[in-house]
Design a protein around this ligand. Structure first.
Ligand code: NDP
Length: 271
């Protein structure tokens, strides 16, 4: 019997993770299956328990359950504890272990796939939800010149920045406080595009040659990337590469085999 893995979320039917992990398994010769499991909003733990009882070996966790997954895991890696969020669960005979691969996924996409070094750069992250939590620690590890965190609800950004104060210099604020600041890398970690909205950002935040990065992805350029392009930004990237990179890190956590990501990113782009 192949080992069973899954992604658990709500909604989850749109998830590309089953296709990504199937491609990884085929390329690396790993004997596994990977399915999408919809959990009711009040039934995440029950879904994890039943999947584990049915022989599941591990699961990715997506919206809106990453904080619940952190609480559920008996032990978590340091990067998951720093984020206080889990996107990768591994099921041992006697315990559930939690990890967070979102941050390393973003770093690998920016540095390896896009060829942009983070060290010495002025970085802005917009949003203070689950996605932002997962990436702040790994971004700080890359030693940016500065890291700003802006959020619609300023208190959430201030609070989140304070949690990472021991790891580096990160300042949380609302968007108004960014007035006059300029950045080399601007990362949209909000879900504003889902509502057809843009974070209230001044066009002047981009320096010449800046990278505009949207963690969202879709069949065409996202709203934020279209807007950045209209402001003259030419280096634009959506979150598809991050998605594949975080999946590759989860695959490595489970199987101790590192799949090649470039062909899988190319396959998804071709679709
Ligand atoms: P959350 O729901 O946890 O957080 C949403 C964030 O967006 C909050 O900070 C919220 O601000 C902000 N926001 C929502 N609407 C608006 C708006 N209209 N204007 C300004 N800010 C707004 O979501 P996640 O952090 O989990 O996910 C964020 C995005 O990142 C999603 O689009 C998700 O798909 C993507 N993502 C991509 C990944 C990838 O691998 N590519 C991995 C993980 C996430 P407030 O606090 O004020 O409500």
């Amino acid at each position: 019997m192949p080992d069973r893995y899954a992604v658990i979320g709500n909604p989850v039917s749109h998830s590309k993770s089953p296709a990504i992990h199937a491609a990884f398994a085929l390329a690396t010769g790993q004997d596994l299956t990977y399915e999408a499991i919809l959990a009711p909003l009040d039934g995440f733990r029950a879904k994890v328990d039943s999947f584990r009882a049915a022989g599941g070996k591990g699961a990715n966790v997506t919206l809106p359950f990453k904080l619940e997954a952190f609480d559920l895991a008996a032990a978590s890696t340091e990067r998951a504890r720093a984020a206080h969020a889990v996107n990768t669960l591994s099921f041992d005979a006697d315990a559930v272990r939690g990890d967070n691969t979102d941050g390393i996924g973003l770093i690998r996409d920016i540095e390896t796939n896009l060829g942009v070094e983070i060290a010495g750069k002025r970085v802005l992250v917009m949003g203070a939800g689950g996605a932002a939590r997962g990436v702040l620690g790994p971004l700080l590890e890359r030693r940016p010149a500065s890291l700003a965190l802006a959020n619609r609800t300023p208190d959430k950004a201030i609070e989140l920045a304070a949690r990472f104060a021991t790891q580096g210099h990160v300042i949380g604020s609302g968007y108004g406080a960014l007035s006059g600041s300029r950045f080399d890398i601007v990362i949209n970690a909000t879900s504003a595009s889902l509502a057809g909205d843009l974070p209230p950002l001044a066009a002047s935040v981009f320096v010449a040659g800046a990278l505009a990065y949207d963690m969202m992805y879709g069949s065409g350029p996202t709203l934020f990337l279209r807007w950045a392009s209209e402001q003259g930004v030419t280096h634009l990237a959506d979150g598809l590469g991050m998605l594949v990179e975080q999946a590759a890190e989860s695959f490595f956590v489970w199987r101790a085999v590192r799949p090649d990501t470039a062909p899988v990113i190319a396959m998804l782009r071709a679709h």
